[in-house]
Design a protein around this ligand. Structure first.
Ligand SMILES: Cc1ncc(COP(=O)(O)OP(=O)(O)O)c(N)n1
Ligand code: 3NM
Ligand code: MG
Length: 217
């Protein structure tokens, strides 16, 4: 049985930080510690892209970052790598349309939090039917953090999904900063997911605090 409900999840996803070792010039554990101090509410380990760690090094970093999340009492979500999530007893996984099918992933992860990237009504409908707990929707704005990002959607996609009747937790992603985060929430998202707006900032703590101000509309 799931140990969380939708209200808890909406709250837990409000400031959702994503990072892998390639997203920062600093030590990832320091960046995450500071981001936690600044008030991030959830973390996704996304070890992806040129120079990304693999094998035991990837595992060791994931374990270190999971420990920080555990101490802080925030969910630790693994991107794409279901086996890693299971081995580490992560709180959840996030998958996209090009990853393993949602139905299969749900069977593998049982009651863990399952996030799915959706870009339109059809993808949303089918992800919901096979057990998604939340949607990641983007890119809302242009992003430099994902080479294969789809076309920019603007906040309209979030407004559309809400007016089509989806009440599931939704986070916007892609190019979100403290300056535009409020628009994403106003459009109907429960939270914002960011990489560079925290990982590349001089002070991840101050960056997270500013994002919190941005979403407190
Ligand atoms: C919260 C959140 N939303 C969307 C994504 C993107 O997932 P995906 O489309 O599978 O792309 P990759 O991140 O795997 O490159 C995400 N990771 N998190
Ligand atoms: C991981 C990811 N997924 C996206 C999507 O559109 O699904 S955009 C993106 C990158 C988000 O990084 P930043 O906050 O630095 O723009
Ligand atoms: Mg993916």
């Amino acid at each position: 049985m799931k140990t969380f409900n939708q209200d808890w999840l909406k709250n837990a996803l409000s400031l959702y930080f994503i990072m892998g070792s390639v997203n920062t010039k600093k030590k990832p554990s320091i960046v995450l510690e500071e981001a936690v101090q600044g008030g991030v509410t959830c973390f996704q380990f996304r070890e992806k892209g040129t120079g990304a760690l693999a094998g035991p090094e990837k595992y060791a970093l994931a374990e270190e970052l999971k420990f920080i999340c555990q101490k802080a009492g925030i969910p630790f979500i693994v991107n794409d790598d279901i086996e890693l999530a299971l081995a580490l007893h992560a709180d959840g996984v996030h998958i996209g349309q090009e990853d393993e099918p949602v139905r299969i992933v749900r069977e593998k992860v049982g009651d863990k939090i399952l996030g799915v990237s959706v870009h339109n009504f059809m993808e949303a409908q089918s992800a919901l039917q096979v057990g998604a707990d939340y949607f990641g929707v983007g890119p809302i704005y242009p992003t430099n953090s994902k080479a294969d990002a789809k076309e920019v959607q603007g906040v309209k996609i979030i407004r559309d999904l809400r007016s089509e009747g989806f009440t599931i937790p939704i986070v916007g992603i892609g190019g979100i900063t403290a300056n535009n985060a409020g628009e994403v929430i106003k459009a109907g998202a429960d939270g914002v997911s960011v990489i560079s707006a925290i990982s590349l900032e001089e002070s991840p703590k101050i960056a997270a605090e500013k994002l919190r101000e941005g979403i407190a509309i």
